[in-house]
Design a protein around this ligand. Structure first.
Ligand code: CTP
Length: 475
């Protein structure tokens, strides 16, 4: 650890604070990550004095190109030095009001500052004063909690969580990302204080939720969110997936736990947050579409269509982006059953071509999602699926190579159709364009200009259109 703190940036901060005769410490996530052998480049510095003054002096010493940013209202300052990001703050004592996450702040001792922090593992400090350089200051046994993989608050957890309810989400994020356990008292306090999450902005909640989703095994976090009651408040549609129902001795699987399995499967293959969101939402409309059909059993007819329709609303409520990321998730939810349908049925070229056309560049992600969706416990069934899955992949590859259908545009454009038949933009142009596309996707004609052109002429004739005078091949 001392070795690491030999970096000139720490020496510089230490010397500067010594000149100001102010004790200085590095604290929080940086110390935690250092002890976990995952050193980060985000440093939090606490000084028993003015954080802004210290930051200014450090910036001066580094040189004229370095400037600290100050946030006078908060008494904090930030500066970048090479790839380090360093935050400076004076040690503080905080007290909170009932209706806000914003504390009333006063100067305090180092211990006051450590007490106001969220978890014992985030309250560790390392002394940067010359004579005690590198000494760990751990008043709440954070080191033991790190070793035993425990998330615990330094104070009574009811106070810590009520003061800043976002910390309930942080507790779950750390537990999930680091593979830690939430201490029992702390867990119970989250249950008791869950309603307080409502004073936190949606953006911040979602940021933490995304942090959970990006963990190696995100299901751990969702189970805790469910058990504490937080999920019901922040994402009720997901809680609706929970449970099984039996009629005439026939049950269906618990779609909440199935969804979590799919999510973990995807997480094992990809770090793409949006693919993980598609996994979370792929069956989101199952509760609304569930019907028991005698002799058949439980059906969830058209849940992929209804689910895709729910995506924008869920994204809007959760303040997730309403841009191409949302459209990508929507598309994957809509198409998530398609590859498996190909696997189950005899695969015609035309069905594969259609899927390639609709999925475009996202075909590989769709295949990944679809494979992750196979959570059956029946080994025979899994074997059969996986074998057929391989066939579909091969077929996709063959047809893609042959027809180049990703991001494909039919070879004859609307412009050519209009010029050939001397048309202004009108629905007949659309009819012909559609017919060409369908004919190519169905394999009736080849995917090239000559075939499409000839086909266009025939389609035009069917609509009673005449070729424009002097019209010829317009390539
Ligand atoms: N902190 C806190 N309560 C919060 C947020 C932060 O007590 N709601 C304290 C913790 O001591 C934390 C430090 O402020 O370690 C720095 O916060 P931040 O940079 O947000 O988190 P890190 O712990 O560094 O971890 P991460 O970057 O993964 O969020």
């Amino acid at each position: 650890m001392k070795q690491y703190l030999k970096h000139p940036v720490f020496q510089l901060i230490s010397e500067t604070a010594e000149e100001m005769q102010k004790p200085v410490y590095v604290i929080g996530g940086f110390v935690r990550d250092l002890l976990l052998n995952q050193p980060s480049k985000d440093i939090d510095i606490v000084v028993l004095g003015s954080g802004i003054e210290l930051a200014k002096k450090v910036a001066e010493k580094i040189g004229k190109h370095t400037k600290a940013k100050y946030f006078k209202n908060f008494g904090t300052a930030m500066l970048r030095y090479k790839d380090w990001q360093i935050e400076f703050v004076g040690a503080r004592k905080e007290s909170y009001r009932k209706d806000s996450r914003k504390p009333i702040v006063e100067d305090g001792t180092l211990e006051d500052d450590q007490k106001r922090r969220d978890f014992t593992i985030n309250a560790l400090a390392i002394n940067l004063q010359k004579e005690k350089y590198g000494e760990l200051i751990d008043p709440f046994n954070g080191i033991d909690d790190l070793k035993n993989k425990i998330i615990r608050t330094p104070l009574n957890p009811d106070i810590t969580f009520s003061d800043d309810p976002l910390r309930m989400m942080r507790a779950i994020r750390f537990a999930t990302r680091l593979n830690f356990f939430i201490d029992t008292d702390c867990f119970k306090a989250i249950k008791r204080n869950k309603e307080r999450i409502k004073i936190v902005s949606k953006e911040r909640i979602t940021e933490e939720l995304n942090g959970i989703i990006l963990a190696p095994e995100p299901s751990r976090g969702f189970k805790i969110l469910l058990e504490t009651g937080l999920l019901e408040i922040i994402f009720p549609q997901m809680v609706d997936l929970q449970g099984t129902e039996f009629i005439d001795g026939k049950g269906h699987k618990d779609n909440f736990y199935h969804t979590l399995e799919v999510l973990d499967n995807v997480a094992g293959k990809s770090d793409n947050l949006w693919l993980r969101w598609a996994a979370i939402l792929h069956d989101i409309a199952k509760p609304q579409t569930k019907i028991f059909v005698p002799d058949i059993g439980w059906t969830f007819h058209a849940h992929e269509f209804k689910g895709a329709k729910m995506v924008p609303e869920i994204f809007r409520k959760m303040k997730l982006p309403l841009n191409e990321k949302m459209r990508y998730v929507k598309k994957l939810v809509l198409l998530h059953l398609r590859p498996i349908t190909l696997v189950e049925n005899i695969v015609t070229d035309s069905a594969v071509r259609r899927l390639l056309f609709e999925a475009g560049d996202d075909i590989d992600d769709l295949m990944m999602l679809c494979k992750a969706d196979i959570t059956s416990k029946n080994q025979q069934k899994i074997k059969r699926y996986l074998k057929n899955f391989k066939l579909v992949r091969e077929k996709l590859k063959d047809i893609e190579e042959k027809d180049k259908l990703r991001n494909w545009q039919p070879p004859v454009s609307g412009d050519v159709i209009m010029k050939t038949f001397n048309l202004k933009p009108c629905h007949k142009v659309g009819i012909i364009k559609n017919a060409i596309r369908e004919a190519i996707l169905d394999g009736e004609i080849n995917n090239n200009y000559e075939d499409a052109y000839a086909f266009m002429i025939k389609e035009g004739e069917k609509l009673g259109l005449k070729m424009a005078e002097g019209s010829k091949d317009l390539r």
